[in-house]
Design a protein around this ligand. Structure first.
Ligand code: GAL
Length: 350
C-alpha cells in the first residue's frame, strides 16, 4: 500500500474544487499537483514508460520522509502517488537523522524491474553511500537492497579522512543515472569528498557496478579536482553532455556544461550555459535532470533544477527551462512562463 503525503491532501481533494490545470511552466513559482498541493519532488528525475511520466524526488516537509513519486501524461499536471520509498526502509544512518537525496529511477527491460539509486547520508555528510532499491511497479513500494560505495581507488587518501574512504570506498554523493542507447546504464556521482566526479557502468540488473571494475573501461574519474556536483547528463547525436553545479551547499552558483564523445571522457568544459540576469547563479537554481521534450524533434530538451530555500527547504521551488542543442552546445535562458510551442521559436533561430 502506498503512503500518502498527508491525509489533508486526500480530504481536501474531495471537498474543494480541483485547481485549474496549469497551461504553462512557470519556473520558480509554486507548482500545484492535481490535488492542489505544492509539488514536493526535489533533486529528482523523470522516468518515461509507455507514454506516462513518473517524477521521483526528495521531500523536505520538515523531516525528510523518503522518495516521493508523481505521475503525469503532459508534464504539467502531476498526480501525487505518495511515497515510492518510505524512509523506514533506509539504513539507520540515513533513516534516523540523515538524508536520502537525488533519487533517480531506470526501467530495466531484462529484469522487468524499476531500479532506484539515491545518495544516503548522515547528518554530518560523512556516511556518503549509494542506496539501491527495486520495484515491480513504477509507483513502488521499492524494496531497499543495500547501501555501499561503488568504487575503492587510491586517489591519495587524505590523513584522518572523516569519510573513511580508504576503508569503506570513495564517497558517493550528488548523483544521476544515465541509460545509453545500447541498453548500458551508468551512474554519475560526486566522489572523493566531492572533489572529483565518477562515472561507473552498472551491471545487467542495474543494481551494482559492472565487474570487474577497470578504470577507463568500466568506470572513470572525470572533471578531476573540479568540485562539481548535481550532475545532469544527456545524449544527442552521439555526443554526451553533462550539466553540473559548483559545490556551495544549498546556495546557488554558476553551472557548467561539459561535452564528450565517450562517457569515460575526455570531457571538455564549454563553460556556463546560462545567459541573461542571474546567469552566474543558474537563475538561483541547481541542476537535477535533463529530459528530452516530448513530441518535439531530437535536440529539444527540458533543463530541470531546484531553487532551494535553505532555511525552509520544504518551500523550495522548481525551475524547468526549455533549450535546444545547437552546434554541440546550448544556451539556458530564464523564462517567466513557457509551453511546448516555444521550441518552434528556439529551433527557428538555428
Ligand atoms: C548541495 C547538494 C545537495 C545537498 C546539499 C546539502 O550541494 O547538491 O544535493 O547535498 O548540498 O548541503
Amino acid at each position: 500500500m502506498l503512503a500518502t503525503l498527508g491525509a489533508g491532501c486526500l480530504l481536501g481533494a474531495e471537498a474543494a474544487p480541483r485547481p485549474a490545470a496549469p497551461a504553462a511552466f512557470e519556473p520558480g513559482k509554486v507548482w500545484l499537483d492535481t490535488q492542489g498541493n505544492p509539488i514536493r519532488s526535489h533533486a529528482g528525475g523523470i522516468l518515461e514508460r509507455e507514454g506516462v511520466y513518473y517524477w521521483y524526488g526528495q521531500e523536505r516537509a520538515g523531516r525528510p520522509s523518503g522518495v516521493t513519486v508523481y505521475r503525469s501524461r503532459d508534464l504539467l499536471n502531476w498526480e501525487p502517488l505518495g511515497l515510492a520509498l518510505p524512509r523506514e526502509v533506509l539504513p539507520e544512518e540515513a533513516r534516523e537523522r540523515g538524508v536520502c537525496e537525488r533519487p533517480k529511477v531506470l526501467w530495466n527491460a531484462k529484469t522487468r524491474r524499476y531500479v532506484m539509486w539515491m545518495h544516503l547520508d548522515n547528518r554530518q555528510y560523512t556516511y556518503a553511500m549509494a542506496g539501491v532499491a527495486v520495484s515491480e511497479k513504477p509507483e513502488g513500494p521499492f524494496a531497499f537492497l543495500e547501501a555501499f560505495r561503488p568504487v575503492r581507488f587510491d586517489f591519495g587518501y587524505p590523513e584522518n579522512d572523516r569519510c573513511r574512504q580508504k576503508e569503506l570506498g570513495n564517497t558517493f554523493r550528488d548523483m544521476n543515472l544515465f541509460l545509453d542507447d545500447d541498453g548500458q546504464a551508468y551512474v554519475f556521482y560526486a566522489s572523493e569528498d566531492n572533489r572529483t566526479m565518477y562515472i561507473v557502468r552498472l551491471n545487467e540488473a542495474f543494481t551494482r557496478p559492472a565487474e570487474p571494475l577497470v578504470q577507463g573501461r568500466t568506470w572513470a574519474r572525470i572533471l578531476v579536482d573540479q568540485y562539481r556536483e548535481a550532475p545532469a547528463p544527456f545524449k544527442y547525436r552521439n555526443k554526451y553532455y553533462l550539466i553540473t553545479s559548483g559545490c556551495t551547499g544549498w546556495n546557488p552558483n554558476a553551472a557548467d556544461l561539459s561535452v564528450a564523445n565517450s562517457l569515460f571522457g575526455p570531457w571538455t568544459s564549454r563553460g556556463n550555459p546560462c545567459v541573461g540576469p542571474e546567469r552566474h547563479l543558474t537563475f538561483r537554481a541547481q541542476s537535477t535532470f535533463v529530459l528530452p521534450a516530448p513530441g518535439k524533434p531530437p535536440g529539444c530538451f527540458i533543463f530541470m533544477a531546484d531553487r532551494w530555500e535553505p532555511k525552509r527547504l520544504e518551500q523550495s521551488t522548481h525551475v524547468w527551462l526549455p533549450f535546444v542543442v545547437r552546434e554541440d552546445t546550448l544556451l539556458l535562458e530564464f523564462r517567466e512562463r513557457w509551453d511546448f510551442s516555444i521550441y518552434d521559436a528556439l529551433r527557428g533561430g538555428q
